[in-house]
Design a protein around this ligand. Structure first.
Ligand SMILES: Cc1cc2nc3c(=O)[nH]c(=O)nc-3n(C[C@H](O)[C@H](O)[C@H](O)COP(=O)(O)OP(=O)(O)OC[C@H]3O[C@@H](n4cnc5c(N)ncnc54)[C@H](O)[C@@H]3O)c2cc1C
Length: 293
């Protein structure tokens, strides 16, 4: 199918893009990598009357490490650039990137596009929740920062207003002795995940848990932040197999609400959550110990 007719606008000025968006409101859509939007338009699931192309906004494509250790990433940064440049800057992102589609998808797809699209099975929303990122949004009304923790409000729904665009993602510096891990299961490598988990964990020299965050993809109707339960059970406790078992079982069987699909029933997804959570925590714990060397 072909998309419904639309007016096409492109500019290298962010101010002009914001102005167009303010005028068009919810009749407009912004185009980033097009890896989700173009097929949705072709299937006429989305029929914007104005399409505003962000691809000339080269000023929104960057990775910058600030002096205080905060990592700033432009919303139009291609997923491929994240894959190539985050090994040292952000190991959790680096570990995640190969799981997203195929190289061709990552060559075009952007970080901002994946977050704004908010697919429940997408990797980057879960990683940004685990990293406790802040998302910067601009509109004609000004700029605001949104916490990734509250950004994903439903399947394919975020806190962004129709006239707002994401401009930057800010990742705070890691706590000392932090280890991270990303694990997912899909029926084929780089295929849609049946379930996945991102963990950020800091253990002190006595293996007492000093910081923990974790988030899931495809374990709920939307990206799921399980950090509150993990923090309640783990903070200031020694990291032991018994503690890990308690956390894993509580989250998989009390917190998560996987919807099930052709690729796995909800009870299979819960079982998967126990296996992947255990694996991710143990990897993050050993990396936390390694970070101290
Ligand atoms: C074959 C295939 C396999 C894929 N596999 C995976 C996968 O395994 N995991 C995964 O996570 N994704 C996967 N994707 C999706 C891919 O990661 C997309 O890149 C991503 O979902 C959207 O990013 P994009 O830059 O292409 O955004 P677009 O498709 O251009 O836009 C998506 C939505 O976000 C909005 N948007 C884009 N940028 C902004 C912005 N800066 N501010 C506000 N709104 C914005 C658009 O208006 C649109 O509504 C796959 C896609 C394909 C085609």
């Amino acid at each position: 199918m072909k998309p419904a007719p639309f007016e096409y606008l492109i500019s290298d000025s962010l101010d002009e893009v914001i102005e167009w968006l303010s005028q068009a409101g919810d009749t407009a859509k912004v185009l980033a990598g097009g890896q989700s939007l173009v097929s949705a338009m072709n299937f006429r699931q989305v029929t914007p009357s104005v399409l505003i192309d962000l691809n000339n906004l080269t000023t929104l494509s960057y990775l910058q490490l600030a002096a205080d250790g905060t990592l700033h990433i432009g919303a139009m940064t291609r997923q491929r650039q994240l894959e190539l440049e985050t090994a040292v800057l952000c190991p959790l992102l680096y570990e995640t990137m190969p799981h997203i589609g195929r190289p061709q998808i990552r060559n075009r797809g952007t970080l901002g596009g994946s977050l704004a699209h908010a697919a429940p099975a997408a990797e980057l929303p879960a990683v940004m929740v685990a990293l406790d990122a802040e998302l910067v949004a601009r509109s004609g009304r000004g700029e605001r920062q949104l916490s990734a923790r509250h950004f994903f409000v439903g399947p394919y729904r975020t806190q962004l207003a129709a006239d707002e665009i994401l401009t930057e993602i800010i990742i705070p510096p890691p706590h000392s002795r932090t280890g991270t891990a990303f694990v997912e299961f899909s029926r084929q490598f780089s295929g849609l995940a049946v379930l996945g988990v991102a963990v950020v964990l800091a253990l002190d020299e006595d293996t007492i848990c000093r910081h923990v965050r974790l988030a899931y993809l495809n374990a709920h109707a939307t990206t799921y932040d399980a950090s509150a339960t993990a923090q309640h059970l783990m903070l200031n406790e020694a990291y032991t197999p018994a503690l890990l078992e308690e956390v894993t079982q509580t989250i998989a069987y009390q917190d998560l609400n996987p919807l099930g699909s052709l690729h796995g029933t909800s009870s299979y997804q819960r079982h998967l959550a126990t296996v992947l959570t255990r694996q991710a925590f143990n990897t993050a714990a050993s990396r936390s110990q390694g970070a101290a060397q």
